[in-house]
Design a protein around this ligand. Sequence first.
Ligand code: C2O
Ligand code: CU
Length: 471
Amino acid sequence: MITSRRQFIQSAGLAAGWAMLPGLALAGKSDDGFINLIARPGEMPLLGDGKTATRIWGYEGKSPGPQIRVRQGEEVKVRLINKLPQPTTMHWHGVRIVNGMDGVPELTQKAVPPGGRFDYVFRAPDAGTFWYHTHNRTWEQMARGLYGTLIVEEKDKPAFDQDLTLVVDDWRLTEEGQIHEKSLGALHEWAHGGRSGRWITVNGAHRPQIAIRQGSRVRLRLVNVCNASIYALKLEGLKAHLIALDGQPVAPRDVSDEPMLFSPAQRIDLALETIADHQGKASLRSLRRDGSDELAGFVIEPSSPGATTRPGLVRLPENPLSKTISMPDALKVDVKMEGGAMGGMRSAIYKGRKLGIDELIQNKHLWALAGVTGLPEKPLFSAKRGQSVVLNLINATAWPHPMHIHGFHFRALERNGKTLATAPWRDTELIMPRETVSLGFVADNPGKWLLHCHTLEHTAAGMITWFEVAA
Ligand code: C2O
Ligand code: CU
């Protein structure tokens, strides 16, 4: 007879040495109501317990950093303390935040120097799965581990038995298990698909195992914090309903048999149910051309005696988004995406000057948006507050790009000329090679906002611009 969780896991055939899913430490408040987050070097056992620890940079020295949980509408107060050898900032990815707290160096604040600090104070209007990360030398600082999750809880908590956050990262490590420094900033990755790594972790552990009970209902919040890796995810041995994307609820849909594209910066919230009588193993997998890899495993334990199963769907309450895009008076902006290997870009404007491709390469500026590489001095466009905006993104490159807009959620209105009636509200949209996608949103949040590719090497090499919404 199985008497304990431990025994059950052993009986499920798991070899010794398999890690259980590391929980994410919760951020605690100090007396003045602030959550202190020290950005500093630290060590993480990425290769597993008992192996050499990897020297990382993390919030509180951990990667992922502590999880911040707040209730919808509640004030978030975070004091960033920089104990890194470089300036840094914090960006609250996906939060429709007040502009001054958006954490963008040059645009919304000065980067915090080593030894400095910055107080982030804001309210999160939407419930859902969000995350925070550095926004300075992001390609390097995020590759070293500077990110964490921000969970904004619904006012009425949906009925789940477990609420799990899974932060997916890929690491490029040396044989000694340390960050592969040589490839940081390498021109090759900047010109191609970005820097990725082969050692995949979930909450800092490789292929962790997650115990869930037969008949229970589990909320799974997946967060892709990779610099560049795009996954096609699939669940095996579990029933899954998609309930939210990038923090915004969607009408629940059974995705048990569908691969789900999962690009850098995106979030996928799933409601998991066990399949009747299926005990033992299930898994979250990433599909390859010729098979799949397990990212995390599930160990399904027998339900406790007397427990009732919880069938039926959970539908998340809507968030207070402005959803009416008014086409007649929308501001329409074409944004051609250019550059990269096999892209054929000849020239682009860099710091106000038109440069040919050789000079661009010398400056490591390899990608352009609307003819400009790097953060332009002038905004791409200026919108009136409350105006509808339609961005027509034309991917003229040979690469996919997860395009992210700060401060707003948008909806894809058209893909390759085909009208989309019910595309979800997102903050990061994956645009495939040669695709044209138009994104619509209501510019109801004043300030200076970024539009950039979230493949961090592409951002660094120029695929970044900004726009303005009048106060
Ligand atoms: Cu997640 Cu500009 O970033
Ligand atoms: Cu890109």
